[in-house]
Design a protein around this ligand. Structure first.
Ligand code: PHE
Length: 339
């Protein structure tokens, strides 16, 4: 098998200059009458031990030749390519990689947190899976109280605590109020932004949504502080021309309670088909009920405070006049890319 010396084959392949030359080498070794093909035939008559040995060697050589040829083939073709057909302009501007952005809700949450940070509110997060006590009873809504109907609650099967009652998915961020008070760090300036859950589903309500809850507790806090804080926020978020107003309302955990309105973003307060005579409703607020303070271990004789809880999606929808909350959860890129 002198004629199959590897070095010799290697040299032949490496020095080949054209595809035709390379093809000749292939035929010489691997063609139907090629040296390797012949050698395979010859070893058939050998005793089986030897035949296996020789067969192995031949296979190795065959693989080697194929690999060498394939490599050389690529090399020759690369060298032969027609450069005139290739476009290269090193001064042309590059292709900009597509860039995404944070989801609109995440953006809004960060914006809200930033605005309230300026006036000293600390962002916190409390459990989404909550006890009845924190979401209802501790907030002055005893079991079976009809006010609970407004928070169409998801209950968790077989989850119950002797002291704190049933396990639920928190229907509002107000459940964070008592948890914050329990930290026993006064004064309090809390901003609780979290997911909330209610059994609801239509163009302005989703079963999962976000709220941002503010809670401020200190000495000598009154309604004007509440009004000033929410006014500051509205102007920062919606723009300096926004006005806010508070209307009497009822919540069990605040006294007095309010609904907060902001001048309509569409008609600027003049009155149009979308708003109530120039006003759009933002959400609930009020002065923390003395009972709630006491439940949180705070002396209502010494301290007072205010709270509000508004929807993050609602805020965003109001600013950009989005008609359907489901757009925010749909992953529709044509919609999302506009922001
Ligand atoms: N938790 C109330 C809601 O979900 C809003 C609210 C928060 C009202 C704090 C008053 C004070 O509707």
């Amino acid at each position: 098998m002198e004629s199959l010396a590897r070095e010799k084959i290697k040299k032949a392949v490496v020095t080949a200059k054209t595809i035709e030359e390379l093809e000749k080498i292939r035929i010489k070794y691997l063609g139907r009458k090629g040296i390797v093909t012949q050698a395979f035939k010859e070893i058939k008559s050998l005793p089986s031990e030897e035949r296996i040995q020789e067969g192995k060697k031949l296979n190795q050589i065959k693989n080697l030749i194929q690999t060498l040829i394939a490599k050389k083939d690529k090399e020759i073709k690369l060298r032969n390519r027609n450069l005139k057909n290739e476009w290269l302009d090193v001064t042309a501007p590059g292709l900009k990689p597509q860039q995404g952005h944070l989801h609109l809700i995440t953006q809004t949450i960060r914006e809200i947190a930033k605005i309230f940070q300026k006036i000293g509110f600390n962002r916190v997060r409390y459990p989404e899976i909550e006890w009845d006590w924190y979401a209802f009873e501790g907030l002055n809504m005893p079991p079976n109280h009809p006010a609970r109907d407004n928070w169409e609650t998801f209950f968790i099967q077989d989850l119950e605590n002797k002291k704190y009652g049933k396990g639920i998915l928190t229907p509002h961020t107000s459940s964070g109020q008592l948890r914050e008070m329990e930290k026993k760090q006064l004064p309090i300036r809390m901003l609780n932004i979290a997911k909330c859950y209610r059994r609801q589903s239509d163009i302005s309500h989703a079963p999962m949504f976000y709220q941002f809850e503010g809670l401020l507790i200190d000495k000598d806090i009154n309604v004007s502080h509440l009004k000033g804080t929410l006014d500051f926020f509205s102007k920062q978020y919606f723009g300096p021309k926004r006005e806010t107003r508070i209307r009497p309302f009822h919540f069990r955990f605040t006294e007095p309670s309010f609904e907060v309105d902001v001048t309509c973003v569409i008609c600027n307060g003049r009155g149009c088909s979308v708003c109530k005579e120039g006003w759009l409703e933002l959400g609930g607020a009020g002065m923390v009920h003395p009972k709630v303070l006491a439940n949180g271990g705070i002396d209502p004789q010494k301290y007072s405070g205010f709270a509000w809880g508004w929807g993050v999606e609602r805020l965003f929808m109001m600013k950009y006049k989005i008609p359907d909350i489901r757009l925010l959860f749909s992953g529709d890129l044509d919609f999302l890319k506009q922001f």
